[in-house]
Design a protein around this ligand. Structure first.
Ligand SMILES: O=C(O)CCC(=O)C(=O)O
Length: 281
């Protein structure tokens, strides 16, 4: 997996987006988040209600749990790559946490929303293809991800196949691990086969799972509905566009006769670097 610094991620965002489409389908930004933010996020996740399955805990929509999460979805180095892949009006479709404690089980290999029922061809447009991405997954490593602690496994190059693996053996034969240290961020094409792995270490392994989508894909979670009053009023332009609150309506009735361009509605989400802090980059 290609590993870059936050500065490189911004400088080489187009090339990295191409790597997500054409190469391994995953990259890692090293030291993208400072440790104070990691600790705060972890503390809030541990206190939040979660769906439990043995030693695995899943918390959905953590955006409302604290300002730290608003900061983590707006990391400039990450958004540079997301925007290069999905367009600069990309939205946030989901933000959840997957805590896998010692003894926690792994997952079945899968691909992510909106591809998650790709086996049902009738639900997809004719000639549906992998030529551009409808999802960009981002895992913020809140703990070290090692082979022992259950670092996510993924099968490089499978983002072009537009199908689930036929068997676990097919997945395992191609799989590598998304290894990294707390504070690193892995960005991957959600069409890649992947899964959490069993935690056979003595340490917790928690990832913050962010799902970004092009502006025209319906978000997986209704994030906006659960936000406290005042969140949107206080939101940065980038946060507003991640919530899909940027202008969407173009009044085609009023186009001048000779107009080759459709005027854009007011854009409130163009800036990528207004998160108000550096988060290590
Ligand atoms: O936590 C992980 O390692 C991956 C989780 C995942 O792929 C999912 O829940 O869809």
């Amino acid at each position: 997996m290609l590993v870059v610094s936050p500065t490189d991620a911004i400088a080489r965002a187009d090339a990295l987006a191409d790597a997500l489409l054409d190469d391994d389908g995953a990259i890692r930004i090293a030291e993208a988040v400072d440790h104070a933010l990691l600790s705060e996020a972890l503390e809030r996740i541990r206190q939040a209600p979660a769906d439990r399955d043995g030693e695995r805990y899943r918390t959905w929509n953590v955006l409302a749990l604290g300002d730290v999460f608003a900061q983590l979805v707006q990391l400039p180095s990450v958004l540079a790559v997301v925007d290069a892949l999905l367009g600069d009006q990309a939205i946030l479709g989901s933000i959840g946490a997957n805590r896998v404690l010692p003894g926690g089980r792994g997952q079945g290999a899968h691909i992510d929303y909106p591809y998650w029922d790709i086996y049902n061809a009738a639900a997809y447009p004719r000639r549906f293809s992998a030529s551009y991405a409808l999802n960009c997954q981002v895992t913020i490593l809140l703990d070290d991800f090692t082979a022992e602690s259950g670092a996510t496994a993924w099968a490089p190059g499978t983002q072009g196949l537009m199908r689930f693996p036929d068997s676990r053996a097919e997945f395992d034969a191609r799989a590598q691990r998304m290894l990294g240290e707390a504070g690193d961020v892995v960005i991957f094409n959600g069409a890649c086969w992947h899964c959490a792995m069993p935690n056979e270490s003595a340490q917790e392994r928690t990832g913050l799972l962010l799902q970004y989508l092009p502006k025209f894909v319906k978000p997986m979670e209704d994030l906006h509905a659960t936000l406290p009053a005042g969140f949107v009023d206080a939101a940065t332009p980038t946060m507003r566009r991640l919530l899909g609150l940027h202008g969407r309506v173009v009044d085609t009735a009023d186009l001048p006769d000779d107009c080759p361009e459709v005027p854009e509605p007011p854009r409130t989400g163009a800036a990528r670097t207004d998160a108000g802090h550096s988060s290590g980059n």
